[in-house]
Design a protein around this ligand. Structure first.
Ligand SMILES: Nc1ncnc2c1ncn2[C@@H]1O[C@H](COP(=O)(O)OP(=O)(O)OP(=O)(O)O)[C@@H](O)[C@H]1O
Ligand SMILES: [Mg+2]
Length: 145
């Protein structure tokens, strides 16, 4: 179901490492934007899960970052860029259950090692790039049925 829109609807959010108070803000705004446009609920749920996991990773692991989304008639693209330690072994990081989350993060209920696999699972296209010592970029696309 393509949306009846001509222009791309964009949003962008600054993410700050350690700022758990802001966690979930980007995903909840994207959710509302999609709902207002009448996007299918299942699609909204996928976009919200993928976005939420991405913002959590920046807040937990990076110093700072940006999340941007672009809604067009047939899909939503989400791009998360951070300045942080980067990921040395992306293949390993993508495995279910792999996590380097420290104890204080686990005590908050995070660190199951499911974020990246769930981002991939919930997107139609998923790309991750990382440079150790510089940062990580994730790009996800979710198509509208
Ligand atoms: N933006 C990032 N910068 C640096 N390292 C990252 C980033 N995102 C993920 N990682 C690394 O990849 C690992 C796996 O990430 P993933 O999101 O799958 O699991 P997690 O964050 O450890 O746990 P969960 O997401 O289930 O709470 C992390 O533990 C971390 O080592
Ligand atoms: Mg995670």
């Amino acid at each position: 179901m393509a949306l009846d829109i001509n222009e791309t609807i964009e949003g962008s959010f600054q993410l700050v490492g350690g700022n758990f108070a802001n966690a979930g803000e980007a995903s909840s705004q994207l959710k509302h934007a999609l709902a207002e446009l009448g996007v299918d609920e299942g699609i909204i749920r996928r976009a919200a899960i993928a976005t939420f996991e991405a913002e959590m990773n920046v807040i937990i692991y990076a110093a700072a970052g940006w999340l941007r989304y672009y809604i067009s008639s047939d899909r939503v693209r989400i791009r998360i860029e951070d300045m942080g330690p980067g990921i040395e072994d992306i293949e390993l990081a993508m495995q279910e259950g792999y996590s380097t989350a420290p104890d204080w993060v686990r005590e908050m209920g995070w660190g199951a090692g499911m974020g990246l696999p769930n981002m991939k699972k919930n997107s139609d296209e998923f790309k991750i790039d990382s440079v150790v010592g510089e940062g990580t970029t994730v790009e996800m696309t979710i198509n509208f049925p």
